[in-house]
Design a protein around this ligand. Structure first.
Ligand code: COA
Length: 269
């Protein structure tokens, strides 16, 4: 995939009703220029897949999309297999993804195992007073909080998001942070790591109040009841569920899941 393919990527994701923007595709391409692929038919893009590596420990597969009239012909399988072979060559130890109901049978056939559920919650802008702006953002500190929570170094991703969406973050030194970005349907809240639910709720509230948006998405793990409860308290409701899958269940990535209050997006993990 190249930058010139982004408009075609937008057509694919519109057909699936997803929330990503052109900037999201550009970020994926910038993070992994060799790890984004499209399939063409007579010069037209009909399928896509992306992979983002977090060191050698973990890679995240995303944006697995096939144009509706080209489905069930092996294109999805072909692109994901191509991606897995590329990751194998690079010596990446674990591969994960968030599977939709449509994608699940394909990934199971490729050897992925179900790990748990991730849910997208949505809500309107909560009411409250914005008191954000006290601390200057420090990438190093945020990356350390993120690493402790998710167990891998995602500083490249965090840096890209902070640069692409300046000022769209809230953080409390040593306690937690949340980043945000606009989507085509709703403003996306995440990733968010925090020491406790109170901090997470406070940071997310600050970010929603500052964001120029009316509708918000928040991807959380229902296994972490504190995250779901915090979302509920802020007026969010569950919209859909996906299955988090891992290729090698024996290769664990050990973080502190109780600190993860929002995921980074289905395309990033
Ligand atoms: C999911 C998706 C990418 C599959 O792409 P595809 O090109 O149709 O899939 P393939 O033709 O390569 O099928 C791969 C395997 O999965 C199976 N499969 C694919 N779609 C399926 C479905 N809807 N139900 C049951 N099995 C299915 C096929 O039987 C095939 O198995 P086989 O290779 O042993 O015959 C496509 O349906 C899509 O774009 N959906 C909307 C976006 C989406 O949900 N993407 C997944 C994100 S995680």
């Amino acid at each position: 995939m190249q930058a010139a393919d982004i408009p075609a990527g937008m057509v694919l994701k519109e057909a699936a009703g997803w929330n990503q923007t052109e900037q999201d595709w550009a970020n994926l391409l910038a993070l992994e220029p060799e790890g984004c692929w499209v399939e063409e038919h007579q010069g037209e893009v009909v399928a896509s897949t992306t992979a983002v590596c977090y060191g050698r420990e973990l890679a995240w597969i995303g944006m697995v999309l096939v144009r509706p009239d080209f489905r069930r012909r092996g294109l999805g399988r072909g692109l994901v297999e191509h991606g897995l072979a590329w990751l194998e060559q690079r010596g990446v130890r674990q591969v994960k993804l968030d599977a939709t109901e449509n994608g699940l049978p394909l990934y199971e056939k490729l050897g992925f195992h179900q790990e748990g559920t991730i849910e997208r919650w949505g809500g309107a802008k909560p009411r409250g007073m914005c008191v954000y702006g006290v601390h200057e953002l420090e990438l190093g500190s945020i990356a350390a909080l993120d690493r402790e929570a998710v167990g891998v170094d995602r500083s490249r991703l965090l840096e890209k998001l902070i640069k692409a969406f300046p000022g769209q973050c809230a953080w409390e030194p040593k306690e937690g942070f949340v980043l945000g970005r606009p989507g085509s349907e709703a403003y996306f809240l995440g990733p968010c790591s925090a020491s406790d639910a109170e901090t997470a709720g406070f940071l997310i509230l600050q970010l929603t109040l500052r964001a120029a948006a009316k509708v918000f998405y928040w991807d959380l793990f229902p296994d972490q009841p504190a995250a779901a409860e915090t979302a509920r308290q802020l007026g969010f409701e569950r919209r859909r569920g996906l299955i988090r899958m891992a290729l090698r269940p024996e290769t664990s990535v050990s973080g502190r899941p109780e600190r993860v209050f929002a995921a980074a997006g289905f395309e990033y993990g």
